[in-house]
Write a protein that binds this ligand. Sequence first.
Ligand code: FAD
Length: 628
Amino acid sequence: MTKSNNMSQTRRDFIKTAALGASAAVGASLWGGCSSSTNPAQAGADHTAQGNGFVGYGTGAKGDLSALVVIEDGAIKSVAPGPNLESQGPGETAFKLLSQRVVDAQSINVDAISGATLTSLGYLSAIKEAVESAGMTEAFDTPVASEVVKREDAEYDVVVVGAGGAGLMAAMTLIYPNYDNVKSEIKVIVLEKLDIVGGSTSLSYGGCAVGDGLQANDTMGYHVTPEEMVDLLRKRNSDGVNEPLAKAIFTKSPDTVARISAFGGPYATSYTGSVKKYSGYTYLQMDANLNILLSEVDKAGLGMYSNQGGFALAHFLETKVRQSGCEIRTGAKAAKLLAQGNKVLGVHVIEGTTEYDLKAKKVILACGGFTQNSDYMKELTGDLIPKYTPWCSAGATGDAFTLTKDLNTTRVGKGALVYFSLGTQLGMFADLNNIFRQRKQIVVNEEGQRMVDENQDEYAIAYHISQATNGHAFAIIDSENPNVGVFQKWIERGKVVKADTIKELAEKYGIDHAGLEATIKAYNTAYENGESPEFDTPLEAMYPVKTGPFYAGEISCCIIGSLVGLKVNENCQIIGENDTPIEDLYGVGEVCLGGNILSMLYSGGCSIATALNSGRISAEHIAKTINK
Ligand SMILES: Cc1cc2nc3c(=O)[nH]c(=O)nc-3n(C[C@H](O)[C@H](O)[C@H](O)COP(=O)(O)OP(=O)(O)OC[C@H]3O[C@@H](n4cnc5c(N)ncnc54)[C@H](O)[C@@H]3O)c2cc1C
């Protein structure tokens, strides 16, 4: 139980009274946090009209949540979430699966949904509290027998390990090579070790880097050739780029999003509203209605931004793959590769208490990154992990490294993808974070010094913040700054301070005040003289700090991906001994992002571009070679 009895009683009575039909409209809106077409809460609201609905509360990954449990004739008839911040993206799947588990088992002792543990635990607490308030705890506090899965060894043409963007895109391309509804003969299975499909892809914004070839580029006058893109990546990747692969990815990228869109996927068909120029190339965001949109629930809450762009992408791919008849087997972990010398023959799978082999002509490793594996993080990213929270899929445990450890593979790249964050609970989804993204502020370290041109792309700034003293920095603005309204909102939440003088402002955050005063003086003087200050910030991108009161917001970082991967060739075949491809083994998505495309310094949209296009590249190579 997460709330005191008095407190939860008051809230419970309030919601129950409303739901009981004093006003049907009020009752419905109270449960309006999820989409109405799929929201079992609607069913719950109907049942409450008969007086059998009970409400409980819990705390999920993003704050408070509630559950409505309908009990009739001594049985749990339905379970549904109330308004909450979790119902964006994967949280919604967790609610559905967990509600079903409780109804099927007629027990409050079901397992959490792996991949959404915090949401699940909060929701289970809420369900238990609701059942307790019905006086039915004893009836439903029953043990649940663990499900016994029976599987035989089997054979497929292709086994895809990992159901994130890369694995699902590979599977969809294998099944529908022309992105129409005509299926190939290739027999594919996708394994996913979590209960939830989508990986980090479904947590992401879904923004994708694309170059020339989109109608929108012409409309908006943005142009970048694949060669220019490779050049840009070379400049950001100290270890060198896998040029043939990078060129193949950015040659295909516009065609891939156009095909996904034509095939019913969530990229906007008229791109103009969602394309921006980004470090010299085009960054295509999801349909603006799906992405970076304050949800209705958020408006009254913490000002979180939605991750529904990436979720919509993963959900589209999952639906297409499942509708084809291809199995996506959840809760099934590829634990070992079956191999003979340099040739891979399939995978050994652990599913619950059962183990079996899946033989395959080709295996695609689409296991995502390693940011949730603290050993790999320590080994491969130095001191990032103690500082920052990984805000990635729970499945990002570096299984591609573990599975191939005996195959003489080579790890390439450095570090992890860091991005602005307000702190561990809020991750990157908050309006203040999105204001930081606009780069209309001076950014200083604890010494009060600027570290980087604030007009650079946000990933470069985030990287510099990760290297600053204590891994954080401060955005400084004055009262005339266009974003002052959002800064003011966050004072109460303890993420922004306000003061009449720069000295006072610095002291509130423990910034060296003499350093900050000198920095601001030099910056303002340069601006008045029409000169660029240090780091060559252009005049039109400068925001002088002159008019009090002044504001400072603390910027920290979170980790949203891996920048170390396995060395692959231009077909995404994993390279083994003697620099030759391991036979019949592919690595796609974050498995091949680090070192091949990026290292240390991220470029926006390149992960999704790599996930989708490397998935497609591996599938096209397999289609050409599988029966030869
Ligand atoms: C919050 C956030 C925002 C982001 N925004 C963007 C953005 O806008 N643009 C962009 O380009 N990038 C973005 N990224 C990065 C991008 O989303 C990822 O790099 C990309 O989606 C990775 O795709 P993937 O398919 O390689 O891995 P994932 O999507 O993580 O999928 C891998 C899957 O493999 C499963 N798996 C792992 N091991 C096994 C095993 N042994 N057996 C079975 N299954 C296994 C995992 O559980 C997981 O589901 C963002 C990331 C985050 C976290």
